[in-house]
Design a protein around this ligand. Structure first.
Ligand code: PAF
Length: 278
């Protein structure tokens, strides 16, 4: 992979990387298309990274569809698919980690200890192997985006991080490989994540700026959907992931919930207020 990358870049071409864990959907394809538009050559990685799954999480049953993924990537004109084995990525005795302190313990990091350490370690390795000019990530994983951006900044990694908007189903459900786990009933229940965020957006449009009141409104939607267990509903700064009290200067509203056994996440970004009514 590295020699292919060096050859491409040696020819003066710009190389983009779209890191994935496979089980591709339209959300991934939107990253591929953005990568295609912004560079000459596109590489996608497919690697279900064991180090970002906790011991009781879904590593074993995570959806895998390698053949179909490759066909989809080929249709998009992706030049390289990098699909290493676990043994290649983590040779026996590997004990070195990349950790973004503090941020990695917030949002999903609070309920998934060790998750972001696994993400940053594998993404740093992918950047070293592929040496892309740009790498494309989805806004759905908002905490992951903040943490990867911080890693790139702190370690002076020579790659530009490009973040693409969330892609949603027609009814608003954010696309996720984990949606495949949902029964028909749970699929309907899962809409509460989007509904809670839309409620917040509506309140902000009406002039509400107080984070606690916005959070309370988000929680109310979950009280009505008792079969869904809320993990967190937070209003934070999108770079530091610290809680904010007031959204006048913009904020990330992020939610995670268990729909049955399936943990789903979603978020919206609130822009800075143009005129403050309060
Ligand atoms: O977002 C994902 O699919 C994964 O966390 C990533 C970035 C491919 C690292 O395994």
């Amino acid at each position: 992979m590295r020699s292919a990358s060096r050859r491409v870049r040696g020819e003066g071409k710009r190389l983009a990387l779209v890191p994935t864990m496979g089980a591709l959907h339209e959300g991934h394809l939107s990253l591929v298309r953005a990568a295609r538009a912004a560079s000459d050559v596109v590489a996608a990685s497919i690697f279900v990274n064991p180090t970002q799954f906790g011991p009781n999480e879904d590593l074993a049953k995570y959806p895998r569809s390698f053949g179909r993924d490759c066909e989809m990537l080929e249709r998009e004109g992706v030049e390289f698919v990098f699909a290493p084995s676990v043994e290649e990525m983590y040779p026996a005795g590997a004990v070195t980690w990349v950790t973004v302190e503090e941020l990695s313990g917030k949002l999903d990091g609070r309920s998934r200890p060790g998750h972001f350490r696994g993400v940053t370690t594998v993404v740093a390795k992918l950047f070293h192997i592929v040496e892309p000019d740009k790498a494309f990530f989805g806004q759905k994983d908002a905490a992951q985006v903040a943490i990867i951006r911080r890693m790139v900044r702190d370690l002076d990694l020579p790659v530009e991080i490009v973040v693409c908007p969330i892609v949603r189903e027609a009814d608003g459900l954010a696309m996720s490989s984990r949606n495949a786990y949902l029964s028909l009933e749970d699929r309907k229940r899962a809409l509460v994540l989007h509904r809670s965020l839309e409620r917040v957006r509506h309140l902000v449009d009406e002039g509400e700026r107080d984070a606690l009141r916005l959070i309370a409104a988000g929680h109310e939607e979950f009280v009505r959907e008792i079969a869904v267990r809320l993990d967190y509903f937070e209003v934070v700064d999108s770079d530091t992931l610290d809680r904010v009290a007031d959204v006048s200067r913009g904020a990330l509203v992020a939610v995670a919930a268990y729909v049955g056994a399936t943990r789903l996440i979603d978020n919206i970004l609130l822009g800075p207020a143009k005129s403050d009514n309060h």
